[in-house]
Structure formats: structure tokens, C-alpha cells
Design a binder for this molecule. Structure first.
Ligand SMILES: [Zn+2]
Length: 196
């Protein structure tokens, strides 16, 4: 569910130093295009643009797309998430390589994204804790799919407030979308999670 913008999480800013370290929008897009979130390092390649999905759920304009690629080079996966309460899907989202069987944590709201990294909190229901949640294949086992990931960033992560996260800025995404299968357009089903 899409929440009202910026309801949680962001540290207060000191007006007098706000502009001191702020990078331009273009510099930030360039940075995040080159810098993969830690848990996806070595298992994605970027170069996908924003995948045509528009802004993040808080209105984030910095949208970086990646395609998951197994260490064995295969790009097809069996993807699981958790069904919970009516039709909604919650994480953790895992992807198992259809070729070699390696498994990857694509998104776990307890450890990935702005809230757990910067605030030690989780903004997402967690399928391994919710009693009525059950694990399900998002892609059919007999029909493994490509998996694209879009991480979204606010434009203040280069402000001085975030100096302590200078080596983890790419981990501070505030929204994430996970697209299972090739068709990418706003009508295609995808998983999305608010991370701040
Ligand atoms: Zn593999």
C-alpha cells in the first residue's frame, strides 16, 4: 500500500549545512547507477533504466534498475514471497536460480533498505513472523522468470546528515519494486515495498 510521503524516518536537517555537501540530481543518478546495494553486489547487472514504472511510492525521482544474474550467469529464477491477508504479498522475497539452485535474498525488510540500515527498524510485515502468512511461488516452478529490481532514492542522501553512511548510500533506498518476468509496464504485476 502506498503511504503518505515522508511520514517516518528522515533525520532533521540543520539549515546552515544543508547545501554544503549536496550533490546535483545528475551526480546522484550517476552515483546510484554505478553503486549497487550491498546485498545485490555481484549478482545483478545494472544498465536497465527505470523500467518505465515512474517514481517511487514517496515520489522518489531517482530510480535505478537492475537485472538479477546468478553467479553461474543464468538469469532465470524461481521467486518466492509470502501471501498474507487477502491478496497482498509480503517479503522476504527470495530467488532461486533455475540452473544451479543457488538462492538469493532479494529483499528482506528486516535488513534491506533505509529503515533497517539508518534507523534499526523494519517498515514491513515479515512473512516468517506473521502466523497466517504462507510462502508461495511468485513464478511457477515450471516457468522460471527473469527478475528485475528497481531501487528508489530520495534526493537528500548526500546531505551532511548522511555522512556516517557515506559507504552505504546505495543501501539507503526508500522504495523497491521487484518485477518477475519480462513484461515491464505499469499494468504488469510487481511486488513493491516501502522501506522508509
Ligand atoms: Zn545459478
Amino acid at each position: 500500500m502506498i503511504q503518505p510521503a515522508l511520514s517516518t524516518g528522515y533525520p532533521k536537517k540543520e539549515e546552515n549545512n544543508r547545501m554544503a555537501s549536496k550533490a546535483s540530481f545528475e551526480d546522484q543518478v550517476n552515483f546510484f547507477s554505478r553503486t549497487v546495494p550491498g546485498h545485490l553486489k555481484d549478482i545483478v547487472f545494472s544498465g536497465c533504466p527505470e523500467l518505465g514504472l515512474g517514481a517511487g511510492g514517496h515520489g522518489e525521482q531517482i530510480a535505478i534498475g537492475y537485472r538479477l544474474r546468478c553467479k553461474c550467469k543464468n538469469e532465470l529464477f524461481e521467486v518466492t514471497a509470502y501471501a498474507w491477508k487477502e491478496a497482498s504479498l509480503i517479503g522476504p522475497v527470495n530467488a532461486k536460480c533455475s540452473s544451479c539452485g543457488r538462492s538469493y535474498a532479494v529483499f528482506d525488510g528486516d535488513i534491506h533498505g533505509y529503515d533497517p540500515v539508518a534507523c534499526d527498524t523494519s517498515s514491513n510485515a515479515h512473512g516468517e513472523r506473521e502466523e497466517s502468512a504462507y510462502k508461495m511461488n511468485v513464478s511457477s516452478l515450471s516457468d522460471p522468470k527473469s527478475l528485475d529490481i528497481v531501487t528508489y532514492y530520495p534526493e537528500d542522501l548526500f546531505d551532511n546528515d548522511f555522512d556516517e553512511f557515506a559507504d552505504r548510500r546505495a543501501d539507503l533506498f526508500t522504495w523497491i519494486r521487484i518485477i518477475v518476468g519480462e513484461e515491464v509496464n505499469p499494468d504488469h504485476p510487481f511486488l513493491e515495498f516501502e522501506c522508509a
